[in-house]
Ligand binder design. Structure first.
Ligand code: ADP
Ligand code: F6P
Length: 354
């Protein structure tokens, strides 16, 4: 087993509330085990340029409650190149970095798997508000983002009720309707539009007309950004034209990516950060930390990445070649469970938000 003397930690891709809590946990576990920890700033950019500083126990004090990431984040196209990878490896040698804990989404994990293949073992922690990493039931940041969304929609509802208006609200979720579906239930939205299920503007308008005839004054329609950025503004106009209800549009965008993490995200991040450091130090790398039925487990990064492709129907030729039939059957079961979960949310929303 590798004898770790110094490990690095970085946050990469889109930030997510709870990243700091995970960093705090991982750093403290490693330091307690007598392993040095260095902060790699700005994700893979900092690994390439050597933007690196040692971290002490106290450097991660008072951050469990803070949104964003104290390590900063970046998108680093150079890291995907041969030269970029070589510079990253050189930095690891220069700073004596034996392994890295990487926090981010699937792009970050692709980078982590490349690094592992080049001799720098990595463990990934899933951080994204979108909850679009199929191998885990929850990602760090998802709960906070949803809570921010419902807080904002509650405010919009007040003014819609006063003025008898409708508000179309676009929420984040690159290709995933998880935020939209959950918040639609929790905020009593009239309709929800997500890429996973069919939708049609006419039914949305009919529902509003029918509810209006029964005395309803406020209407919220939630649209996931995954259906395309032009859709929600166009729907806003359509609703106003077809229903006669004055309709406004709000794109919540990055406002729901910031802010203090919720209790759920702080606890999840603390558990995942602890597990990630322990996993790396026990010599288990190229894995992503996942939550499965409330338990923290690790999954092979390649398995997680291919599972995502299978879920998103973006598998490429040969992607499944290295997996056993048993693995493939397991992937299909995981996907069925995720789809069933989203369908349940969609069905409940349609049944009760009239
Ligand atoms: P996220 O991790 O949130 O999915 P990105 O997709 O932007 O965010 O990925 C974060 C970073 O991970 C990228 O800027 C890049 O440095 C690295 N990365 C992304 N895709 C790959 C890849 N295919 N190979 C190696 N590194 C990658
Ligand atoms: O993946 C998280 C996310 O916030 C998506 O919902 C959104 O599409 C994307 O990141 C926006 O990324 P950027 O930070 O590049 O604007």
């Amino acid at each position: 087993m590798k004898n770790f003397k110094r490990i690095g930690i970085l946050t990469s891709g889109g930030d997510a509330p709870g990243m700091n809590a995970a960093v705090r946990a991982a750093v403290r576990v490693a330091l307690t085990r007598g392993v040095d920890v260095v902060a790699i700033y700005r994700g893979y950019s900092g690994l390439i340029s050597g933007d690196i500083k040692p971290l002490s126990m106290r450097d991660v004090s008072n951050i469990i409650n803070r949104g964003g990431t104290i390590l900063y984040s970046d998108r680093c196209p150079e890291f995907k190149t041969k030269e970029g990878m070589q510079r990253a490896i050189d930095t690891c040698k220069k700073f004596g970095i034996d392994g890295i804990i990487t926090l981010g989404g699937d792009g970050t994990f692709r980078g982590a798997t490349d690094l592992t293949a080049h001799g720098i073992p990595c463990v990934g922690i899933p951080c994204t508000i979108d909850n679009d990493i199929t191998s885990t039931e929850a990602t760090i940041g998802f709960d906070t983002a949803m809570n921010t969304v419902i807080e904002l929609i509650d405010k919009l509802r007040d003014t819609c009720e006063s003025h008898a208006r409708c508000n179309v609200v676009e929420v984040m979720g690159r290709g995933a309707g998880d935020i939209a579906l959950n918040t639609a239930i929790a905020s009593g939205a009239s309709s929800v539009v997500v890429p996973e299920f069919p939708y049609d503007d006419e039914s949305i308008c009919k529902k509003i007309i029918s509810a209006k005839s029964l005395g309803k004054r406020n209407f919220i329609v939630i649209v996931s950004e995954g259906v395309g950025s032009d859709y929600a503004p166009a729907l806003t106009k359509k609703i106003q034209d077809a229903t006669g209800v004055e309709t406004k549009f709000a794109r919540l965008a990055h406002i729901v990516r910031g802010g203090n993490p919720t209790l759920r995200d702080r606890v999840l991040a603390s558990k995942m950060g602890t597990f990630a450091a322990e996993e790396l130090l026990r010599g288990n790398s190229n894995v992503v930390v996942c939550e499965k039925r409330g338990k923290i487990v690790s999954k092979d990064i390649n398995y997680a990445l291919i599972l995502d492709r299978m879920y998103k129907c973006t598998l490429k030729e040969g992607d499944l070649d290295s997996f056993s039939e048993e693995d493939i059957a397991k992937m299909k079961r995981e996907i069925d469970r995720k789809r069933a979960h989203l369908l349940e949310l969609f069905t409940v929303e349609n049944k009760i938000n009239l």
